[in-house]
Write a protein that binds this ligand. Structure first.
Ligand code: B4P
Length: 182
């Protein structure tokens, strides 16, 4: 059973949804950079104030700020972890590699949740979070294709990538993930 897991995919692919299910079942740490940043905004902290407009515009928060959050939350003491929404560009990949080397917990599997644009746009519009409006979704998708999509090839070359068809019902997708985790 894999213990060190990463979810990769476009906004709205269901990374957060699946990562939450899997982390609960296995008592793994669920590290969602998006969730942690949104908490900072809700608590109106200094960090929250810095990232609020960036996130509401659908842009990426600076690598430095996100790395601080990851380092704070990823300790040696865990049963396993699931990274959700991090890394999102090649510079974040390099930082993550350093962090994981320090805690001696190498990434074991990367799930790429694949889904057509029109399905994810519908899902996000239905959810209606602050950053789920048509204009912001367009920006998020564009940034995803430019900066995050190259990570698929990177992890494929390392033989870590597992393809998941994320255009289906929750149960079918999570069963597929669990089979590949075993
Ligand atoms: P995230 O919080 O990572 O969110 P996301 O990409 O929008 O969504 P996710 O794929 O997790 O979808 P979810 O399960 O929620 O990012 C938000 C923002 O944070 C970014 O734009 C950026 O500004 C910032 N940020 C985060 N990480 C960063 C980083 N590393 N560097 C810089 N900036 C960073 O699912 C979406 C919806 O679909 C939900 O309503 C869900 O219920 C529904 N759904 C899920 N699975 C479904 C299914 N199978 N069928 C039907 N509906 C489904």
């Amino acid at each position: 059973m894999k213990k060190y897991v990463l979810f990769l995919g476009p906004p709205g692919a269901g990374k957060g949804t699946q990562a939450q299910l899997l982390s609960k079942e296995n008592s793994y740490l669920h590290l969602s950079t998006g969730e942690l940043l949104r908490n900072e905004i809700d608590l109106n902290t200094e960090l929250g104030k810095q990232v609020k407009d960036i996130m509401n515009n659908g842009e990426l928060v600076s690598d430095k700020l996100v790395l601080e959050i990851v380092e704070k939350n990823l300790s040696k003491h865990n049963n396993g972890w699931i990274l959700d929404g991090y890394p999102r560009n090649l510079s974040q990949v390099n930082s993550l590699n350093d962090v994981l080397m320090n805690i001696n917990q190498p990434l074991e599997i990367v799930f790429y949740l694949d889904i057509p644009d029109e399905v994810l746009i519908k899902r996000l519009l239905m959810r209606g979070r602050k950053d789920d409006n048509e204009e912001t979704i367009k920006t998020r998708l564009k940034i995803y294709k430019q900066t995050t999509e190259p990570l698929i090839e990177y992890y494929e070359k390392l033989s870590l990538l597992q393809y998941i068809n994320a255009d289906g019902d929750l149960k079918t997708i999570s069963t597929d993930i669990k089979l590949k985790m075993a």
